[in-house]
Design a protein around this ligand. Structure first.
Ligand code: XBP
Ligand code: MG
Length: 262
């Protein structure tokens, strides 16, 4: 088996957190006395920009206003984003994010197989830890051999940088690692870093183009939450086990099979 590491994205992959981020943004705008509201359709558009600070900046560019006012608002971004992060953590700690099907099981199967497990995320470590604790319990913080998050890289996804940081920290070559992502931007980042990539779209990314992914499934599935019939037929299993994933990775490495074509 050539797989040595399994690297998960966070938002939308470990849990459906983008709705919580959206609510935290709106609460932060109120706290900063800004009359902005990001409704779901607008937030879906804004998700084309990764990074909360970058997303606020892209929103400000949309607003019609004098350059001086626009500059003032850009200068407010760090304060707005700090408030948003504080509010996001509070929402997460009161249980606003449930883990997605199969994530805990696949992590445990990989760890039991002696595989290193890591995270590569655009969001900050301050957001990642409470999410792990809320979704999987405090012991989950010990599950990861590497957590690459937030501003440790200047270029956010779709740049490969955050995956390169995770790979370096895990001490693994990209071709010996597998990524799990929920967005086309995330898939592009993992592929640009050279990883075999599984895509499990979230409610915010369903309509995105996942043709670059090596394997596309609606979710990872679980014994109690099996895959959708089409995915089950294509995969030949009721959920994606680590052994099956490692075998697909191995086959792809040997150029035998393109997993998505199965
Ligand atoms: C998704 C993102 C993040 C969050 C907001 O991260 O783009 O920016 O939407 O988090 P991931 P911050 O790579 O885990 O999918 O406000 O902390 O940036
Ligand atoms: Mg994501």
């Amino acid at each position: 088996m050539s797989c040595e590491a399994l690297i998960f994205d966070v938002d939308g992959t470990l849990a459906d957190t983008e709705e919580v981020h959206r609510q935290a943004f709106n609460l932060a705008f109120g706290a900063c006395r800004l009359d902005w509201i990001w409704d779901a359709p607008l937030y879906g558009e804004l998700l084309q920009v990764t990074g909360g600070k970058e997303r606020i900046a892209s929103y400000i560019e949309r607003l019609a206003m004098p350059a001086t006012q626009r500059r003032e608002l850009h200068n407010l971004i760090p304060e707005i984003h700090r408030a948003k992060t504080r509010l996001y953590r509070e929402l997460i700690q009161v249980g606003h994010a449930r883990p997605r099907a199969g994530v805990r099981r696949l992590m445990m199967e990989a760890r039991d197989a002696g595989i290193r497990v890591g995270l590569a995320t655009t969001t900050s470590p301050e957001n990642t830890e409470p999410l792990l604790a809320a979704a999987f319990g405090w012991q989950a913080l010990k599950w990861f051999d590497a957590i690459a998050a937030g501003d440790v890289v200047a270029r956010k996804k779709p740049a490969p940088d955050i995956y390169n940081v995770a790979l370096k920290s895990l001490g693994v070559d990209s071709q010996d690692a597998i990524a799990v992502e929920d967005s086309a931007i995330g898939v592009a980042s993992a592929k640009a870093a050279g990883l075999f990539t599984v895509a499990t779209p979230s409610m915010w990314t369903l309509t995105q183009d996942f043709s670059a992914a090596d394997l596309l499934l609606a979710s990872l599935g679980d014994p109690a939450q099996p895959l959708e019939p089409a995915d089950e037929r294509r995969l030949g299993a009721r959920f994606l086990s680590f052994d099956r994933l490692a075998a697909l990775h191995e086959a792809a490495r040997r150029g035998v099979v393109h997993a998505q074509a199965e």
